[in-house]
Design a protein around this ligand. Structure first.
Ligand code: SER
Length: 592
């Protein structure tokens, strides 16, 4: 079965079970500063899993574009990909285990016609947070899965979420396909990574909320969140070992072959380079071509994109592909996907242009940088490239640190990454560029900078309400190490005077060095005392209310600074429209 066919069949099947088909959301998460990209189908649906009403109803199905950046450097083997499409179906407080499991069984055995003896499932074995899931096991058995194909596993295997640090999550039941390979040992079961059992679908019974302190509380509604990797399942159905051997990659790989004049499977080294270029170009096309697409830069999503493109450029050079050719691969990707993802059509020129620009910027520097790298290695005393040299490769030749680490690793050499970060921070300080950009590909951490901006957001909301009135509510917020972005309800553009007043009010509170503290209380009490909050049902029974003197009161998980003086100074950079009835402010903190 081809990937396009599986996509259609999945949506059709769940439509027949009264699910509304919704379009893939953006790859860039809207209101979650803790992750850079949408990593799962449930991610954009978090507000609805937490109780907000979805306009399309309580049963939804879709194909969601996802990017996971945790293992960019693993891409090149047979299984890792950064971009993938996740098929999913959701119950928002509608059906639960019985329907979810029965439909999964029906889809796999009737629509995809997988023989029952090929299917194995796992269920949650239970712990202090949630009970053993005997209910799911018996539903599987009733459906037709033999008892000896059902395995109970612990939280590390059979629990999913949250997508960020906090959020909805729950026990899951995972479905595996038996490839027919021999067991690797007597203990070989679906939790084994030897490749005998391949996971094709995950049904999460999402009924808990995980808090910042690691505790779990029940959600107000029980949901189902399922996810099936499109390419991976196709590989299984097509009897292929690797997603790169499926029709999802046939055209892209042959395009690369025609550019370098080599065959994909000439040898392992060539194969790896092909896979890296294919995956990274596919991801880059989708990241730039997203409705909220980004362009290469040195921070956040833009930095991940730069890493992907520069790694693809490096490997295309390795294969002998002429400089400035990667847009041809991008063209192939766009062509393959733009029927289902029309945004790639709309943003076609932008995608090609950005890829060309990045290739132009980096191709020349790469040759010089590789020479410099060899020089550094030849002069090396010991086994580690120091931070200074790694920083020079970044600063002068545009080598992302991860690339230097990878190049060094190929020669069995290490890199002093902490030393590199110290040089980077020193340079930022000198150039007045502010906080250090992100080094992590996945979760953003609660750095000092984001914590301060988080507190600033509370001061901003309180000031807006005091100056513009009680119709102002928070509609969204996004914080990076450099700035805050805050969306709020208001009908018109703010005047210069209003903006100046808001800025002055926030600065006044900062100067007063007010205490920031929190108290845990039941949600009703928080509402009674007038604490601000966006999604009521997002919170468990008990909530944290952060107060800043008598100035601001907000339901929030934190963390925050302890005194407003720590913020230094507050500056509004921009005020603009975000959508109808919603304004957006971008602001920064400055040292005083
Ligand atoms: N959220 C689950 C996953 O990503 C199921 O959709 O696997």
């Amino acid at each position: 079965m081809k990937t396009t066919e599986l996509r259609d069949k999945y949506l059709e099947f769940f439509k027949s079970k009264e699910h509304a088909i919704i379009a893939s959301a953006s790859l860039i998460p809207e209101n979650d500063p803790t992750v850079l990209f949408t990593t799962a189908g449930m991610h954009p649906l978090v507000p609805y899993l937490l109780g907000e009403k979805h306009p399309m109803g309580t049963r939804l199905t879709d194909v969601q574009k996802c990017v996971r950046t945790g293992d960019i450097d693993e891409v090149g083997d047979s299984s890792h990909c950064t971009f993938f499409e996740m098929l999913g179906n959701w119950s928002l407080g509608d059906y639960f285990k019985k329907e979810s499991i029965s439909w999964s069984y029906e889809f796999l055995t009737k629509v995809l016609e997988i023989p029952v003896e090929k299917l194995f499932v796992t269920v949650f074995e239970g712990d202090n947070d949630a009970p053993r899931d005997e209910e799911s096991a018996s539903i599987w058995q009733e459906a037709g899965i033999p008892k000896d194909h059902i395995f109970y596993l612990p939280k590390k295997d059979n629990w999913w979420g949250p997508a960020g640090v906090t959020g909805p999550c729950g026990p899951d039941t995972e479905i595996f396909y038996d490839t027919g390979k021999p067991k690797c040992s007597d203990h070989c079961d679906p939790s084994c990574s030897c490749g005998k059992y391949l996971e094709i679908w995950n049904n999460v019974f999402m009924e808990y909320f995980k808090h910042e302190d690691g505790s779990f509380t029940p959600l107000s509604q029980k949901n189902v969140d399922t996810g099936m990797g499109l390419d991976r399942t196709c590989a299984v159905l097509q009897g292929k070992e690797s997603v790169f051997d499926t029709d999802a990659f046939t055209g892209i790989l042959s395009c690369i072959a025609s550019l370098c004049g080599k065959a994909y499977d000439s040898d392992e080294d060539t194969k790896r380079a092909f896979r890296i270029i294919a995956d990274h170009m596919r991801a880059s096309v989708f990241i730039i071509g997203d409705p909220k697409g980004v362009t290469p830069s040195n921070v956040d999503q833009g930095y991940i994109l730069r890493r992907l493109l520069r790694r693809a450029i490096r490997y295309s050079k390795h294969l002998g592909i002429a400089d400035g050719s990667l847009h041809i691969v991008a063209e192939k990707v766009i062509n393959q996907y733009d029927d289902f993802y029309p945004e790639l059509k709309t943003n076609h020129d932008k995608i090609i242009d950005e890829i060309n620009k990045e290739e132009e910027r980096f191709s020349k520097a790469l040759t010089g940088g590789l020479k410099e790298f060899d020089k550094v290695i030849s002069k090396l005393e010991g086994n580690t490239i120091d931070g200074k040299n790694a920083f020079r490769l970044y600063d002068t030749f545009g080598f992302p640190i991860e690339m230097t680490v990878e190049l060094a690793g190929e020669k069995g050499i290490k890199v002093d990454v902490d030393g590199y970060k110290a040089c980077f921070a020193e340079h930022q300080k000198k150039s007045g560029a502010g906080a250090v950009g992100k080094f992590k590909g996945g979760l953003a951490d609660n750095t000092e900078a984001t914590t301060r901006l988080h507190t600033a957001t509370h001061l901003l909301l309180a000031s807006l309400r005091k100056i513009l009135g009680d119709t102002v509510f928070q509609r969204g917020s996004n914080i990076t190490a450099e700035r805050l972005r805050f969306d709020f309800s208001f009908e018109r553009k703010l005047t210069k005077e209003e903006l100046a007043q808001v800025e002055a009010m926030v600065n006044e509170v900062i100067e007063k060095d007010m205490t920031v503290s929190f108290e845990e209380m039941p949600i009703e009490k928080a509402r009674e005392i007038g604490a601000m909050g966006i999604f009521d049902s997002k919170y468990g029974e008990m909530v944290k209310v952060y107060t800043v003197g008598n100035f601001s009161k907000e339901i929030c998980g934190g963390p925050h600074v302890t005194h407003t003086g720590e913020l230094g100074g507050f500056k509004i950079k921009k005020e603009e429209s975000s959508s109808a009835g919603v304004r957006r402010i971008k602001a920064v903190l400055i040292d005083k």
